[in-house]
Design a protein around this ligand. Structure first.
Ligand code: PRX
Length: 653
């Protein structure tokens, strides 16, 4: 990992403050900070209190067993995630309440009540069992944003199978690597899904992914788009055919709180994605609690988190958190600008959506598309707005508040990660006076700190590394099949503390200001991309000898990828080469990882020991100060890199 200076001075200094309105506060689930104060006194007692609101099949004997860096929450407790999200709502007035209200990109509408969803989940759980899936087996899911996606997740949870969802934007090779790593015997997919008017041929991509992967025995295909697919006899099955024959009842499996619920692969600082493994009990307690208090969730709300379920945000705040709370969730399949850039606003108006949770990159895109689109619609049903995925620039924050929230809705800027499972730093909307650009304070029960490279707290308003000092219920259990890497990545930088990989500063009110990643992971349009992963994809191309990939600021995506590539001897440059390289990355990882800029160069700047000076390149490309150069063997190298960059970028391909 590249560790730069421990005092990254922050540039953002915002003075504005926005307290919750009296009307919002009056009706809020939480109205005073005493909740946080109590939780801080005894976090374990706090989490135990939260856990008691959920349905347990057997009580836990110990709230937390902390054998650093491995935490076991609610030891001895037994429960089932799908029973918490479904069965327990069936006994009361939520039985026929909408669980999922869905709109497809072409415009179809579907509503599944809690009872409907429970029924589908029972049937599909029996389908999985019928295909030999057992407790503990891994199931890979590669689906569009249709109700069958949460059905598949909940069905896995019902029988104790561990799901691994792969975002629809990943390529065949990425699916292959992940399915192989997880040793999935079964993949759930669809013939296709709609995106900007076109059909993404998911089944075809799966066919390519598993052509030579023997471990996958079965593929279940939901017919969504009605496109032609090839079905291999004995391996491939139509969802609707299996569902028609399945039994309607499937008892939820009594899982240990510490049994894994899912794996979700995410980018790290090496070429190989990490399988983040989450537990059943702790994860449920974390997401159920944060959904209720961060989003001020009430029974009459219609909650829309615009993320894809292929990312952790969708796992925690479309599926598990809201359904555990018996909420009505809105779900949309397609693109925000299809058929026109007012699609989101039209749906908010038509469905009376009350809570909107989206990403800064989307907000910046909406700003660019123009105010005329939100102005076409009545957005007065909205009462709370949220953001996640990257730091939100104050300008976008203000625009969101005024143009979408009508100046009336609090904004919760929520900081968290795939690894944390739940929101960790966030305003409490009825309590916190927000400042544009700050995620404000840790959620009750969370102990966060900003430290230098020695692990010592940095002074107020000085930049440093964000660490979490105590375990929390929904923290990752480990990296799938790689506990050593888990220890090394998260617990070795600052011994005894969870290392987030983010830079931050804390201001005079103990508010946190997130400053982005300090490692080789960058955030493109709210999606986390490991630059090493893109580099390994590039060097796997036959013409490429070496590559360096860095992020640079981008007005909409937050950051974009820039690749510097050295060709093998004898390989000539050509106009087509940049496109070839972009295509290659698209095939190796997926469209989200394709660099916007590709420069061919004769050499890459290196330290004397031969390491590519990524940090210097990155800082120079971003126009940032270089910070501490003492780790460079030759500080004069900065000037060399500056010269090198000027030359390379003066001669684009
Ligand atoms: O850098 C932080 C940024 O997103 C990273 C986590 O990415 P991922 O695991 O893909 O999860 C994204 C959704 C939870 C973090 O390390 N990040 C996320 N939320 C914020 C943020 N940066 C600043 N402010 C946020 N609210």
């Amino acid at each position: 990992m590249v560790v730069s200076s421990g005092t990254i001075d922050s540039l953002l200094k915002e003075k504005e403050q926005y307290p919750p309105s009296a009307a919002f506060r009056k009706a809020a689930v939480l109205r005073s900070d005493s909740f946080r104060v109590d939780a801080a006194k005894d976090p374990e007692a706090f989490w135990a209190r939260m856990a008691k609101e959920l349905a347990w099949m057997a009580p836990w004997s110990k709230v937390l067993e902390w054998d650093p860096p491995f935490a076991k929450w609610f030891v001895g407790g037994k429960l089932n995630m799908s029973a918490n999200c479904l069965d327990r709502h069936l006994a009361g007035p939520r039985r026929n309440k909408a669980a999922i209200i869905w709109e497809g990109e072409p415009g179809e509408r579907r509503v599944l009540t809690y009872h409907d969803l429970w029924r589908e989940v029972n049937l599909f759980a029996n389908v999985l069992k019928g295909l030999g899936v057992k407790r503990g087996d891994r199931v890979t899911i590669y689906m569009p944003m249709i109700p069958e996606l949460p059905v598949a997740l909940l069905a896995c949870a019902r029988i104790g199978a561990v799901h691994s969802v792969i975002f629809g934007g990943f390529s065949a090779r990425a699916i292959r690597d992940r399915a192989e790593d997880a040793e999935s015997r079964l993949i759930v997919t669809a013939d296709g899904g709609y995106r900007r008017g076109a059909v993404l041929p998911l089944k075809k991509i799966v066919d390519e992914a598993i052509a030579d992967l023997d471990v996958v025995r079965h593929v279940v295909v939901f017919k969504r788009a009605g496109v032609e697919v090839s079905m291999r006899e004995g391996r491939d099955h139509w969802w609707h055919e299996l569902m028609a024959k399945a039994d309607a009842d499937c008892e939820p499996e009594a899982m240990d709180a510490t049994d894994p619920l899912f794996i979700l692969y995410t980018s790290g600082t090496t070429g190989k994605p990490k399988g983040i493994q989450h537990s059943t009990g702790g994860y449920l307690v974390g997401v159920a609690t944060t959904t209720k208090y961060v989003f001020d969730l009430k029974d009459e709300d219609l909650f829309w988190c615009t993320a894809d379920i292929g990312w952790v945000t969708g796992h925690s705040y479309i599926v598990y958190g809201p359904l555990a709370n018996g909420a009505s969730v809105f779900m949309y399949e397609g693109a925000p600008d299809w058929p026109e850039p007012d699609r989101f606003w039209r749906m908010i108006e038509e469905y009376d959506i009350t809570i909107l949770y989206t990403a800064p990159t989307a907000i910046r895109a909406f700003m660019r598309w123009g105010d005329e689109y939100p102005r076409r619609h009545d957005l007065s049903s909205l009462r709370l707005l949220g953001t996640v995925g990257e730091p939100i620039n104050p300008e976008a924050w203000r625009w969101y508040r005024k143009t979408i929230g009508g100046g009336r809705c609090p904004i919760v800027d929520t900081w968290w990660q795939t690894e944390t499972g739940m929101i960790l730093i966030t305003p409490l909307p009825g309590v916190t006076t927000t400042k544009p650009g700050s995620a404000t304070r840790p959620f009750p029960g969370i102990d966060a700190e900003v430290v230098d490279e020695k692990g010592l707290p940095v002074p107020m308003n000085k930049g440093g590394y964000l660490v979490i000092r105590k375990p929390w219920p929904s923290m990752l259990q480990t990296l799938y099949k790689d506990p050593e890497r888990y220890k090394q990545v998260y617990w070795s930088q600052v011994p005894g503390k969870y290392f987030t990989g983010d830079g931050a500063r804390m201001d005079e009110d103990q508010f946190f200001w997130l400053m982005g990643r300090i490692d080789d992971v960058i955030n493109v349009a709210g999606h986390r991309i490991g630059t090493m992963e893109v580099e390994s994809a590039l060097v796997s191309y036959r013409k490429v000898a070496e590559a360096a990939v860095v992020g640079k600021p981008h007005p909409v995506k937050g950051q974009s990828l820039v690749a510097y590539v050295v060709l093998k001897k004898g390989e000539g440059r050509s106009d087509e080469l940049k496109k070839e390289l972009q295509k290659h990355v698209r095939e190796a990882i997926g469209a989200i990882a394709v660099p916007d800029d590709v420069y061919i160069t004769e050499k890459l700047p290196k330290t004397r020991s031969g390491k590519i000076m990524r940090r210097v390149i990155r800082s120079l490309v971003s126009g940032q100060e270089i910070g501490d150069t003492t780790t460079l063997e030759d500080p004069g190298a900065v000037d060399e890199v500056r010269k090198w960059l000027a030359e390379v970028e003066a001669h684009p391909e």
